[in-house]
Write a protein of this length. Structure first.
Length: 248
């Protein structure tokens, strides 16, 4: 497959992820675990893409927008990080080294575009006063298409011109530095969980935290088993509460 074809297909992956987030109602199909897998599928390495994307998902669990502030453009980061890692024959440490700066840079571009849009959107005020809802809808959809196209072009151009450059840079990085990146990347999933806990931490959940730790550390249960147990307990609590409310 030529680089141009690969770049265009990865552009389609970005369009899918953007639409999944902005058109489908925040379906979370734009997250790294999905985008990384699709990138790997394009490159013919689905399993590697899924592993890299899944590890990015653990590291980026706390990458969530707050009050309109975009903390990271994880779609671009996941696509470019997975692509360059697989195409250069490297693994997650290279992927995250590329993905994090790409995501942050993408967030800056996206925020700048939204800032510009906040001025342009004043055109809709006149249409709103006149009751021309169709014009507002067309303007809104058109503005979204322009933004999606701009970000897609960034992905395509980066893939077209960046492969050889990234390969050259990776080849000159000393082995000790790559080993350091590998060790640091192993810590990122823990950082992701810490960021997530920082958002949702509540004293009511402290006992559950220690229960989960005990199930993993002393009984050797994996994440899926603990998730199934937690889901069962949550559903039991939900059904019991509904039954109690019905009796009242």
């Amino acid at each position: 497959m030529s680089v141009l074809t690969t770049a265009l297909l990865l552009g389609l992956v970005y369009i899918f992820a953007w639409c999944a987030d902005n058109v489908a109602g925040a379906s979370y199909m734009h997250r790294p675990i999905v985008v990384g897998a699709l990138t790997g599928l394009v490159l013919g390495h689905f399993t590697e893409g899924l592993i890299i994307g899944g590890t990015m998902e653990l590291a980026w669990m706390g990458f969530l927008p707050y009050a309109g502030m975009i903390s990271g453009e994880e779609r671009i980061g996941a696509i470019l990080g997975t692509y360059f890692a697989i195409s250069t024959g490297n693994s997650f440490e290279v992927a995250i080294t590329i993905a994090l700066p790409a995501a942050i840079l993408g967030a800056y571009i996206s925020t700048a575009f939204n800032t510009f849009g906040s001025y342009v959107m004043h055109r809709c005020d006149g249409w709103a006063r006149e009751g021309e809802i169709d014009k507002i809808n067309r303007f809104h959809v058109g503005y979204g298409i322009i933004k999606c196209t701009l970000m897609t072009i960034i992905v395509v151009i980066t893939v077209l011109i960046g492969t050889n450059a990234i390969s050259s840079v990776i080849n000159i990085i000393p082995e000790a530095v790559m080993n350091g990146l590998e060790k640091a990347s192993s810590l990122l999933p823990a950082v992701g969980f810490a960021m997530l806990l920082n958002i949702m931490w509540d004293k009511r959940f402290i006992p559950l935290y220690f229960v989960g730790f005990a199930l993993s550390a002393y009984l050797g249960l994996d994440v899926m088993a603990i998730t199934i147990l937690s889901l069962g307990l949550a559903l039991y609590r939900l059904f019991m509460r509904e039954e109690e409310e019905s009796h009242e």
